[in-house]
Design a protein around this ligand. Sequence first.
Ligand SMILES: NC(=O)C1=CN([C@@H]2O[C@H](COP(=O)(O)OP(=O)(O)OC[C@H]3O[C@@H](n4cnc5c(N)ncnc54)[C@H](OP(=O)(O)O)[C@@H]3O)[C@@H](O)[C@H]2O)C=CC1
Ligand SMILES: O=C1O[C@H](COP(=O)(O)O)[C@@H](O)[C@H](O)[C@H]1O
Length: 521
Amino acid sequence: MIMPTAEELHVTPVATPAAMQAERVPDPCIIVIFGASGDLTKRKLLPALYHLEQAGLLPDKISVVGVARRPLQDTFANDMKEGIIAGGGVDESDPKLAPFVGKIQYHAMNFDDPSGYDALNTLLGQIDQKNGTCGNRLFYLAVAPEYFSDIIKFLGQHGMSKPCEPTEGRTPWVRVIIEKPFGHDLESARALNDEVNKVFDEDQIFRIDHYLGKETVQNILVFRFANGIFENSWNRNYIDHVEITAAESIGIEGRGPFYETAGALRDVVQNHVMELLSFVAMEPPVSFEAAAVRAEKVKVWKAVSPIHPADTVRGQYGPGTVDGQHVVGYRQEDRVHPRSQTETYAALRLEIENWRWAGVPFYIRAGKRLAKRVTEITIQFKLPPLLLFKDHEGEAAEGIKPNLISMRIQPDEGISLRFGAKVPGAGMNISPVNMDFSYAEAFGKSSANGYERLLLDAMLGDATLFAHRDGVEATWALMTPILQAWAKDPVKDFPNYAAGTWGPPAADALLESENRKWRKL
Ligand SMILES: NC(=O)C1=CN([C@@H]2O[C@H](COP(=O)(O)OP(=O)(O)OC[C@H]3O[C@@H](n4cnc5c(N)ncnc54)[C@H](OP(=O)(O)O)[C@@H]3O)[C@@H](O)[C@H]2O)C=CC1
Ligand SMILES: O=C1O[C@H](COP(=O)(O)O)[C@@H](O)[C@H](O)[C@H]1O
């Protein structure tokens, strides 16, 4: 039988989205990193770019231009080399290292000085001529959020936001990656979106959330939508509740001034945790194209009922012991106010009002200086309707526990399924056991930090794993009323948890009032 072609059927064939193509090498380009002497560039961005180079995923013709204020021309490349070695676990003798470092250069300017942009533009033009980077630019704003607007505005004013004319059949591109936090509440996020959209078209803008670059986060969608057995029970009929924990054992790592204006809700809940929530709760998208995935995520956030302040908990760490070391409390950290009201811990309960999730509580907690570093999503299922074996809990057994799926985002990346098994012996005793998948065991490696994948996607123009304007505003719409309620109601009991513990007792009470408990991690 002769099958009609897509054209004859009047359907547009769906190209494999860039995010799903195995071998993807971007066009020649210049990556311009604003904030190049900062912590993020050295610890994460340059090591990530180097890992891409090692994997053969960068184009041969690529240049990296670091931009910051201090005159670092003589030392910058070497500094970045050290960052790649330390942050990327790279051996100094790696033969690709020196040639890669040779592609990095530095441009000193003040972000608010217009003349610096003219000089930068000239430099980029010269690099194009010399290295054949074809006018393609990826601007990365690895800077404090107060600089986002200025840099965007000046790029626009200096004609740097628009691609140059196509030559030799090639259409050059200009893209911008904007770091988080994208705004500090709904109003400021909207204003920033407006400013950015005045200069760049939406398809040029890549709002980064590095959680989306993590393999384990992307795997939530694969687990749900590439397997036939889970999705049927992924709803209110079978699921009792969902927990999302993003626990860190580190403190604020010298970022006092930033953290004082942020706090846990803004720093990780509005972005990383909301992304996890959307992946766990979304409906299957019609394809893995950026627009389809983003649309389903936004539907989840918009379906969340307003979160009542009584369903939230704030915490701040006091002195304590982490990994056997005494650590200071938040208020004693460098450049933190001695009576700071900033929360280093946030927990909340929310519900998603749609057909799939109505009535299922989602409990979320995130914090610094907790007992251990672990990001995990737990899906707790309902007990079976008939407890056939309830009279058979012998001494050797732990009893009938609900099924759990736990997705370990990091560390020890993997997924496990808890179910009841018969304890060997004459009786009919039941104990919980686990079926476990570990990334390290299955694939011989655990996941990278997320920046590799996202940098590559931005160079390829694939925005699937980046936040869209609507999404950013939808998550801020959820967080802003909580922030406003907290601001009106100063806390009297901070610090209310000791460093190295699991957070304030009120977070336990949030679940206990509904006869539940946080899973022990
Ligand atoms: N660090 C991290 O782990 C993470 C950071 N982020 C986000 O990334 C962004 C950058 O963070 P981070 O690297 O920690 O910040 P840093 O404070 O370490 O770096 C700031 C950079 O901006 C430059 N800079 C500041 N003011 C000016 C100016 N007026 N003109 C020119 N350059 C200037 C500094 O240059 P100079 O040294 O010359 O002053 C430096 O290169 C922030 O938005 C942060 O929220 C997001 C996730 C994780
Ligand atoms: O964006 C941020 O994320 C980190 C946590 O990222 P992870 O990949 O190490 O889990 C957090 O420490 C930081 O405060 C926040 O700004």
